[in-house]
Design a protein around this ligand. Structure first.
Ligand code: KG4
Ligand code: ZN
Length: 386
């Protein structure tokens, strides 16, 4: 059972080939360098890059798997959630291939795919996360999804059964890392940079707020943390002139538009010492993680689950994993996450594995109905296009 899967949901063009749950190839063509200078993903640039990259990526994935399109039994593609104009590139290509080779197509929810990265196997049948013999007994589980667009606790009674326990009311945790890095002028994506700085920081130097910590329900919020970080920077940093102010008295150049452009921010920037930066990063990371710890505890109490499946790019963060493991231990539960970094951040291998389970449950998509759903909830992931 060979599956070719495509993911173009955000800023990576990814194509993978699997044989059932076994990953034969997983190509990720990253666009980070394109979006870096804009401090975040620019959808139209992402779309153009996907169009440029998709055929080459498919070719390379097939080559690495030693297969051709004729060997593929099922084509799978992410239909959402994600950037609308980026998703449509992958969907159009998957439909084109499924029609040309007269094979079935399966539309996959990107967040469900992050969960299913935990069921992937290597070519030697060793697990990336959960060993095959333990996969049958893994439910009920809690899926904790922490990515650039999502922070959600999901209860899974069984395969492909998703019941949201709670989620963030505003920003996602990945977004909070990225926005905080922007506030501190550190670059994009912010998660790995903040994690690195935190290692040399003292989290007790500054106290940042832990939102909704006394709420009994499973709920998170990250926008207040961002505002508190801005306020802290304004308090302790040395005020610099804004770009606008700095150029205000400059003699008119040959192109005065450049200097007085309204896009020049009137807000001042703040200079921080390296030690202050590290301490803010550490305080931010501690406060952001604490919300995950508190809500994981509530989820474990509520559901009595003994397995926690982690998914999404923020799972790369070692401190977060360490803290979550401590909570799990207290409840005699086990944390699972893909050991390979490429299966944690966006990739198509996870889409192929999820599609394999959908195939087992006969969840094919009707090709003419399959379309992007940019804000789809994981709870509806098996209910479309049938
Ligand atoms: O799952 P993902 O690759 O894409 C989405 O589906 O959103 O997640 C990307 C997010 C970004 O916000 C990035 O900053 C965050 O994952 N991230 C991290 C780390 N590595 C990536 N956040 C915290 N610590 C990290 N080490
Ligand atoms: Zn993702």
């Amino acid at each position: 059972m060979k599956i070719l899967a495509i993911d173009t949901s955000c800023d990576e063009t990814s194509v993978a080939i699997s044989n059932k749950q076994t990953i034969l190839s997983n190509i990720v063509s990253s666009q980070v360098s394109t979006h870096k200078k804009w401090g975040g993903v620019v959808p139209i640039l992402a779309k153009r890059k996907h169009i440029d990259n998709i055929d080459k990526t498919i070719e390379l994935a097939l080559q690495r798997a030693n297969l051709t399109c004729k060997d593929i039994n099922i084509f799978a593609v992410t239909y959402g959630p994600g950037l609308s104009i980026a998703l449509e590139v992958g969907i159009a290509k998957a439909k084109e291939l499924a029609s040309k080779f007269d094979k079935p197509i399966i539309g996959v929810n990107h967040m469900a795919a992050h969960v299913y990265a935990n069921f992937a196997l290597t070519k030697n049948s060793s697990p990336y996360s959960i060993p095959l013999e333990q996969q049958e007994d893994i439910f009920p589980s809690i899926a904790l999804l922490i990515s650039g667009g999502h922070t959600e606790f999901v209860y899974m009674r069984d395969h492909l059964s998703f019941e949201k326990l709670g989620e963030t009311l505003d920003d996602s945790i990945g977004e909070a890392f990225d926005k905080t890095a922007t506030i501190l002028h550190l670059g994009y994506p912010g998660g790995p940079i903040i994690e690195t700085l935190s290692k040399n920081g003292d989290p007790t130097e500054f106290t940042l707020p832990i939102a909704l910590k006394n709420t009994p329900s499973i709920k998170l919020s990250y926008s207040g943390l961002k505002t508190a970080t801005i306020q802290l920077v304004e308090q302790i940093g040395i005020k610099q002139k804004s770009m606008f102010e700095r150029y205000k008295d400059a003699p008119l150049s040959t192109n005065p538009q450049d200097l007085y452009s309204p896009s020049l921010s009137k807000k001042p920037t703040y200079k921080l010492k390296k030690s202050q930066l590290c301490n803010i990063a550490a305080s931010f990371q501690t406060a952001a993680t604490k919300q995950l710890e508190l809500n994981l505890e509530k989820s474990l109490k509520q559901t009595n689950s003994k397995n926690i499946l982690l998914g999404g790019g923020v799972v790369n963060n070692l401190y977060i994993r360490k803290q979550l493991r401590k909570v799990a231990k207290k409840y005699n539960a086990q944390i699972w996450y893909p050991k390979n970094k490429n299966l944690r951040t966006d990739n198509a291998a996870m889409v192929a594995v999820c599609a394999y389970f959908m195939y087992k449950y006969n969840l094919y998509s009707k090709i003419d109905k399959l379309d992007r759903i940019p804000t789809d909830s994981i709870e509806n992931s098996t209910k479309h296009f049938i």
